[in-house]
Ligand binder design. Structure first.
Ligand SMILES: [Zn+2]
Length: 214
């Protein structure tokens, strides 16, 4: 899953308004941010195989440090602790729990769409329900999730002054996702890593911009 992960960030923002939206954007994708770094540096591995799934060409055969269940738990605990350490406003149980749950939600949403490539332990016992092989279903699910999350946050009266920016952010996420689906497969793993990393950074910055006070 790609932009659909941000649906959880939107919902989480309403539950724990003290956590900045950009932190929740980073939380939703922290394992993919490090996945991009790890595939670029060879710590994890991916093969680009056109037609590997109906939705994308990624054979994600080795990603135990980012996408295994125990690794996800560690990323969740780690990011919640770092957030609390850096931001005094997030030094409470609700904020830390929300950040951790948003990190963990990445694994659960990936579980729906990935073919069995998510390790339950190490690089073994891989799971994935494979919705990526049902192009229309995967696309509809991801779009519906994102729109529902964005709608939920926009309906919050505290967000009245940010509503227009949130709608633009959501539209940009959907456009980038559509471009990904209809565009050619990445030329190389390095290209894939750089474009994924850049997208996550830009989306995080955009989330920060969408919630600025002026
Ligand atoms: Zn992922």
């Amino acid at each position: 899953m790609f932009v659909g992960h941000y649906s959880v960030s939107f919902v989480a923002k309403r539950i724990a308004p003290e956590v900045p939206l950009w932190i929740l954007f980073v939380a939703a994708q922290i394992v993919d941010i490090f996945w991009a770094i790890f595939i670029a540096t060879g710590i994890e591995q991916v093969r680009i195989v056109p037609g590997f799934t109906a939705s994308n060409p990624l054979d994600l055969h080795f990603m135990p440090f980012t996408h295994s269940l125990p690794a996800s738990l560690l990323w969740a605990i780690g990011l919640a602790a770092i957030t609390a350490a850096l931001l005094p406003s997030c030094r409470n149980r609700r904020a830390m729990l929300v950040v951790a749950v948003v990190v963990m939600s990445h694994w659960l949403l990936d579980l729906l769409v990935h073919v069995p490539d998510l390790p339950l332990w190490g690089n073994e016992h891989k799971v994935g329900f494979g919705l990526w092989n049902h192009f229309a279903v995967a696309l509809l699910l991801e779009t519906a999730l994102l729109l529902a999350g964005a709608f939920w946050l926009c309906a919050d009266s505290n967000q009245a002054k940010h509503r227009k920016r949130l709608i633009i952010l959501t539209a940009v996420l959907l456009l980038v996702h559509a471009g990904n689906l209809i565009g050619p497969p990445p030329q190389s793993v390095t290209h894939l890593a750089i474009s994924a990393f850049a997208a996550y950074v830009i989306f995080g910055l955009w989330a920060w911009f969408a919630q600025r006070s002026n």
